[in-house]
Write a protein that binds this ligand. Structure first.
Ligand code: XIL
Length: 393
């Protein structure tokens, strides 16, 4: 009975979304979806007070995810977790996995060309051990998060040495302790007009497209136990740009797999937009199925909901954020290759949106499951309901 009810709810959701998409599609054809009126309709639909976010039973997000064979966790920060005990307690209660927000980027571990410093990331590993949590690494190769010395030091001649040394040293340091690594982050950018869709980064400039395969092979050598992930953003919505991104990512994964590259999963960042109407469940399910058909697992790695363009009223804003979480997760969790969901932060008290995606009315942003007083918001309910409705792995 229960699963029928869930199915009915899920189908109602899909039908609702499909109709929203149809309206969107028609509107797109007429170029009307951009207009304020259509966006307002969507916000109205998602913010409606009738939609309930009731949660059944007890349990933290970590427990609810685990009950379906899923892993839930979040990005954490050594500074905040070591100085804010109330936050650290809630983090340990709700999260079954931690990914460092910055401590394992080049700038976080490599203060000088000939120096590695694992003090902060080691503290985070210890935190995960103390709280029986998994640990994942982010990220070994990215065009951002680079230390100040990088630009004037790394060049075409020495880039391979720096890359191999970095991946080997960092991955070996944590060998056997990692759930997974984001080996390469954000290497795709179709707007850079390359036939292969790759981003014009220093790594591409110095080492060519082969740097991606090289990175995975070196990481696999240094830690044969870690799940090796390619991670990227802008894969969530039915827009021409994001369709191009999904196509380019799939082509990259197919290329890597055809060459026997030791890659095990795709990481989808999923920085969702609360105001975005162009969400097409069918297209997303097809993309996930295509990735899974390559024998890859899928992790939702940096989930949060941008509320920058949502109404100021926090009751309405929270409902739209929660709806966005639940509508997206209820679609992606239907794909059994999806094994983990991490939000990019746990509480509005600490979110990168505050400085990177602030609201024009200067109101505090509200993108995450817990509010700034560490209390669950409707977004928390939305995650709990999505786990509740997910098929068991
Ligand atoms: C962000 C962090 O949250 C910020 O604190 C930092 O200043 C910049 O990077 N995609 C990624 C993450 O892969 O590494 C980024 O994290 C957010 C976007």
């Amino acid at each position: 009975m229960r699963s029928n009810r869930l199915l009915t709810r899920r189908h109602a959701l899909w039908l609702g979304l499909a109709s929203l998409t149809t309206v969107g599609a028609i509107a797109t054809a007429k170029g009307a979806y951009q207009n304020k009126q259509y966006q307002d309709q969507k916000l109205q639909a998602l913010g409606n007070r009738q939609r309930n976010f009731t949660v059944v039973g007890k349990g933290t997000l970590r427990q609810r995810a685990a009950a379906k064979g899923l892993i839930y966790g979040a990005a954490g920060h050594k500074e905040k977790l070591s100085s804010d005990s109330a936050f650290a307690t809630r983090f340990a209660q709700e999260c079954g996995i931690l990914v460092p927000e910055g401590e394992l980027k080049w700038a976080g571990v490599r203060p000088a060309p000939d120096k590695f410093d694992f003090t902060y990331s080691d503290w985070l590993v210890k935190f995960t051990r103390t709280h029986n949590m998994l640990f994942r690494g982010h990220t070994l190769v990215w065009y951002q998060g680079l230390p100040k010395w990088f630009k004037e030091t790394v060049n075409r001649q020495n880039a391979e040495k720096f890359l191999v040394e970095h991946i080997t040293t960092v991955t070996k340091h944590y060998a056997g302790q990692m759930h997974s690594w984001d080996v390469v982050n954000e290497a795709i950018e179709p707007e850079h007009k390359r036939a292969d869709g790759l981003r014009k980064s220093p790594w591409l400039e110095f080492l060519g497209p082969e740097h991606i395969e090289l990175a995975f092979r070196v990481a696999a050598q240094a830690d044969p136990k870690a799940m090796l992930v390619y991670n990227d953003f802008g894969l969530e919505y039915d827009t021409p740009k994001e369709e191009a991104r999904r196509t380019a990512v799939l082509k990259l994964l197919e290329r890597l797999k055809s060459r026997g590259t030791p890659i095990h999963a795709l990481g989808i960042q999923a920085h969702l937009r609360g105001h975005e109407a162009r969400f097409n469940p069918k297209k997303i399910r097809k993309f996930l199925a295509d990735v899974a058909s390559l024998g890859l697992k899928i992790l939702i790695t940096e989930l949060d909901v941008i509320d920058q363009k949502l109404p100021g009223d926090t009751a309405v804003r929270d409902r739209i954020v929660a709806s966005t979480y639940e509508d997206y997760l209820s679609v992606v969790l239907d794909e059994r290759a999806v094994i983990a969901v991490l939000t990019w932060g746990l509480s509005d008290r600490y979110t990168w949106h505050s400085s990177y995606i602030p609201r024009s009315d200067k109101a505090p942003v509200r993108p995450l499951p817990l509010d700034s007083n560490l209390k669950p918001k409707l977004a928390w309910n939305a995650l709990a309901r999505a786990f509740e409705g997910a098929p068991k792995r």
